[in-house]
Design a protein around this ligand. Structure first.
Ligand SMILES: [Zn+2]
Length: 293
């Protein structure tokens, strides 16, 4: 697999040098890719790949039928490694012809190509996560705040730090993303269903927003959405009775990384551990929403 790329690299050491310089620091990129099932179908996927000096980690790849992440048991094969979820990079991603192929343990061949072919628009403007009358007003967030970042939590791992803010809503109220982006993960768990959206920033970095305790999720992994796209509704009174939660609310996290696959949301026992992945949404909104009354 990919022998032609390896040969080309060997013949052109300059390519390797360029590729090394660009990728000294780890960075996360939204990528477009395609996959073939039984060698015939070709479908598009989007996802996030963390690029490092000489390897890359697939954080998520999602399409209409499949959602791959290392935690879902994906095995990746390349000509250099066959470790799960991590594959050795074998090309310069500055070259639009470059491709990486790998095969999952489901027998699906995925080709990630054109690593610069990121068509998601940059997130510059931010909004509240409900259909508020003034979605760019910080006051709207303050009015709905019922639990802060870092609060004590007894659920899941007892004593963990609250990884986001809880924003109260009305029964069954619709939730919207805080900016445009691409959906990279959804879960339909009964009480903690969630949607994760990846936002591309002007400086090239990525930011993630995670919306938890949803019912009736309206988006799929791989969807490009904007701040007016409904992503799901929060619990109504009937859902609340079953779940034991007292108020209809959305748990909103803002993350600088999602390479823990969400674990930091429930298992961060110190603020230091939490801040490796999550930022205080209140501070983020204070800086990025309007302070108008
Ligand atoms: Zn919460």
């Amino acid at each position: 697999m990919n022998e032609s790329l390896l040969i080309r690299l060997n013949k052109h050491p300059a390519i390797f040098i360029v590729f090394f310089c660009i990728c000294v620091n780890s960075s996360e990129r939204i990528v477009k890719s395609s996959y073939q099932l039984n060698g015939i179908e070709k479908r598009s996927m989007v996802g996030v790949i963390q690029m490092m000096q000489d390897s890359a980690v697939i954080l998520h790849l999602a399409g209409p039928d499949y959602h791959f992440s290392p935690l879902s048991g994906m095995t990746v094969f390349s000509s250099k490694t066959n470790s799960g979820g991590v594959f050795t990079r074998i090309g310069s991603f500055q070259d639009s012809c470059d491709k990486i192929k790998f095969v999952t343990n489901l027998g699906i061949e995925i080709t990630v190509e054109g690593m610069n072919a990121d068509t998601s628009s940059i997130s510059e403007k931010w909004y509240t996560s409900y259909n508020d009358t003034r979605r760019s007003s910080f006051k709207m967030i303050q009015n709905r705040l019922i639990s802060k970042f870092g609060d004590y939590r007894a659920s899941e791992k007892k004593g963990h730090k609250h990884a986001g803010v809880d924003l109260k809503g009305s029964s069954g109220e619709m939730v919207f993303p805080i900016s445009n982006g691409v959906v990279i993960s959804t879960s339909n768990d009964r009480f903690s269903s969630y949607v994760v959206v990846c936002h591309r920033l002007k400086n090239g970095e990525t930011l993630f927003s995670k919306y938890v305790h949803l019912k009736v999720i309206k988006v799929n992994a791989g969807d490009y959405i904007d701040h007016n796209s409904p992503i799901g509704r929060i619990f109504n009174q009937n859902d609340l009775k079953q779940s034991g939660y007292s108020h209809p609310h959305v748990h909103l996290e803002i993350r600088t990384s999602y390479d823990d696959k969400g674990a930091a949301s429930s298992y961060s026992m110190t603020m230091e551990a939490l801040k490796k992945y999550c930022i205080d949404p209140l501070l983020f909104f204070r800086d990025n929403l309007s302070s108008d009354e």
